[in-house]
Design a protein around this ligand. Structure first.
Ligand SMILES: [Zn+2]
Length: 137
């Protein structure tokens, strides 16, 4: 992985078989992991219709470079499910909304960090309902 590359992505078919994988800046200084990964698959690949993209971060909704945002690429590829570890923090871009356009058209987006935080809050509510500590998740 080169320099500041922090984002990795895999595309899996319906049987969880890996169709392609990539990481940020794998193919050039401005390439994102989703972009690199999707570019490894043929447009119209029939596996994409049942595929899941696993990505360390929320797909981008805007680019500084003249590349198509990854959320738009995912929609164009017809991938119905995206699993992310983390919504894109303001560290990278102030107003990333890569999650919203995907969900709006029916793509299932699983936000693992949000799901983990909810699980912890639910656990606390079940086992320590009288706890007065401020929850950090
Ligand atoms: Zn991107």
């Amino acid at each position: 992985m080169a320099g500041f590359a922090y984002l990795v992505c895999e595309v899996h078919g319906t049987a969880r078989s890996e169709l392609a994988a990539g990481y940020s800046r794998e193919a050039g200084p401005h390439e994102h992991a989703e972009e690199v990964t999707l570019d490894k698959l043929a447009a119209g690949d029939p596996h994409l219709a049942g595929a899941t993209i696993y990505s360390t971060l929320e797909p981008c909704s805007q680019r500084r470079s003249p590349h198509t945002p990854c959320a738009q690429r995912i929609l164009a590829a017809g991938v119905p499910r995206v699993v992310i570890a983390w919504r894109k923090p303001a560290l990278f871009v102030d107003d990333c909304i890569g999650y919203e356009p995907l969900v709006k058209v029916g793509v299932t987006v699983v936000d693992k960090l949000a799901a983990a935080a909810k699980a912890v809050r639910d656990l606390c509510a079940r086992h320590a309902p009288s706890c007065k500590e401020k929850c950090i998740v």
